[in-house]
Design a protein around this ligand. Structure first.
Ligand code: NAP
Ligand code: MG
Length: 499
């Protein structure tokens, strides 16, 4: 067994030549214009690759390839059992190539290698396994009509599906869409975020190796306002499924309205409230779990519990434990398996996140810990885990999604105020409450407008449960069998069996 040391990962990184052309119809090709953009590692500023910068022409080619593949039935007409075999072979290849995929992910967007391997690669391969396993076990319906007729209710694939995803979990956000879309028989065009294209390209190559026919899974790399927009406005894309910011999610609704009214799924931002109450038996435990969840993945998490709402009676104790736990998240070399906090995705995002330190200061919040950049000598993008204390929910730091390692602590008098604060946001992705009182737990989880509620835990996760938000956190759900609904049309067929 190879020992996964820092030296091992650095050696592997120096030998890596990432795929950087775009992937259309089973082939790596240049953008028609020949244009490229640099993929820069936020770990140390090194250039990883010159990636194809796709324009409208390339998007047209990818959509046409996906359309041809869909119409001739090379995938859509395979039996569900055959699609299952291929998707499970794909999942197995993801596991076999796990080191390479984890390394590409870490180099490209900065997260710790230990997370890339144990969280991302594992969850991605499990996602393809699970949707593959599911697809030949789902039955269609027959309606309870009068006996003169039989009415079949069947699910059919949408056709050509586009997925546009962000950089915080590049492979996983793609898998949450591509796996159910492929399982349901669609052809897919995936656009990764410009900051993190490399694993998407390798995944598409592995899919073909596993037996996904060419043209069924295509990747177009490029810039959001160009490549992403072209997919959104395309007249021959039947559905577009997006994960990213609320602002860009709204653009996709406009694109759909301006073009062919393509189906839409949106997984957007969050500013999740995490309520710690005096009635929970172990304040320190709640605070530790909360800090771990807030700083995981550099805080670049749509479900980040970024608003910690705490009863005043335990406020001081909570902040003390948060500070102690934050100390475990000192930014380190992302290729060191012991690192818990890696690099921020890029320089632009780093400065945006850092600008909230001044905002917090001006608004009168206390900076309990952090607030500075770190590891400046590396040439990379690092930020200390940061806690803003004495935050009021109306402040900008409590309303805006920071998407970095910055946690707001909001003291409140009681449960009722906690619920009001929790719901005073345009978002509704996740929420949590810590209490040993069953009635309170139930009351809070019923009152909070959010798609995911955690009671006495945070970030519990499984492919079997739906994931997505209320309000401006989105439309539709990823994961679980419910996800398949997004990638299917329902058809009613009446058969006259009367006289
Ligand atoms: P983003 O700026 O919205 O970008 C997401 C994707 O959209 C990228 O592929 C991007 O391409 C593309 N894009 C950007 N501008 C576009 C435009 N005008 N037209 C079409 N496509 C466009 O989000 P991000 O900064 O990558 O990711 C952070 C956001 O994602 C946060 O708000 C976070 O909460 C959200 N998120 C949500 C979930 C969830 O499941 N709810 C999960 C993860 C992240 P380029 O990168 O090339 O610009
Ligand atoms: Mg990058």
């Amino acid at each position: 067994m190879t020992e996964l040391t820092t030296a091992y990962w650095h050696a592997q990184a120096s030998q890596l030549t990432p795929k950087s052309q775009t992937f259309i119809d089973g082939q790596f090709v240049d953008a028609a214009s020949g244009r490229t953009f640099q993929s820069i590692s936020p770990i140390d500023g090194r250039v990883l690759a010159d990636v194809a910068c796709c324009g409208e022409v390339d998007v047209d080619r990818a959509v046409a390839a996906a359309r041809r593949a869909f119409e001739d039935g090379r995938w859509a007409d395979c039996s569900p059992a055959d699609r299952k075999k291929v998707l499970q072979a794909f999942a197995a290849l993801i596991r076999t190539n796990g080191h390479e995929l984890a390394l590409l992910e870490t180099l490209d967007m900065g997260k710790p290698i230990a997370s890339s391997l144990a969280v991302d690669v594992r969850a991605v391969s499990n996602c393809f396994d699970w949707f593959g396993e599911a697809i030949d076990k789902i039955y269609d319906e027959i309606a309870p009509t009068p006996k003169e007729a039989v009415a079949l209710i069947t699910r059919e694939p949408l056709g050509v599906v586009a997925a546009v995803v962000p950089w915080n979990f590049p492979m996983l956000m793609a898998a949450w869409k591509v796996a159910p879309a492929l399982a349901a028989g669609n052809s897919v065009v995936l656009k990764p975020a410009e900051q993190s294209s490399l694993t998407a390209l390798r995944l598409a190559e592995l899919a073909v190796e596993a037996g996904v026919p060419p043209g069924v899974f295509n990747v177009v790399t490029g810039m959001g306002p160009e490549t992403g927009r072209a997919l959104g406005l395309h007249m021959d894309v039947d559905g577009i499924f997006f994960t990213g910011s609320t602002q860009v999610g709204k653009y996709f609704m406009e694109y759909s309205a301006q073009s062919n009214l393509k189906k839409l799924g949106l997984e957007l931002g969050g500013k999740s409230p995490n309520i710690i109450l005096e009635s929970y038996r172990d304040t320190a435990h709640a605070a530790r779990v909360s800090a771990n969840a807030a700083f995981f993945n550099q805080g670049e998490m749509c479900t980040c519990p970024s608003r910690l709402v705490v009863e005043k009676s335990i406020h001081e104790e909570v902040v003390e434990v948060l500070r102690e736990t934050a100390a475990n998240f000192a930014p380190g070399d992302p290729l060191d398996p012991a690192t818990t906090m890696g690099a921020m995705v890029d320089e632009r995002h780093t400065s945006r996140v850092m600008s909230f330190v001044d905002v917090a200061h001006k608004e009168g919040a206390t900076i309990a810990t952090g607030g500075k950049r770190a590891r400046l000598d590396t040439g990379g993008c690092y930020i200390e885990p940061t806690i803003f204390d004495d935050v009021h929910n109306k402040m900008e730091v409590a309303q805006q999604e920071i998407f970095g390692p910055m946690l707001c602590v909001i003291p409140v008098e009681n449960v009722d105020e906690a619920i009001t604060v929790a719901n005073d946001t345009c978002f509704g992705l996740a929420a949590a409450v810590w209490t040993d009182d069953l009635t309170t737990a139930h009351k809070v989880s019923r009152s909070v407008r959010a798609g995911l509620v955690y009671v006495n835990c945070y970030d519990a996760d499984d492919i079997t449960v739906p994931f997505g938000g209320y309000k401006q956190s989105g439309i539709g759900r990823d994961k679980s069998l419910h996800a398949l609904e997004k990638y299917s049309e329902l058809k009613t067929t009446w058969i006259n069996v009367g006289p």
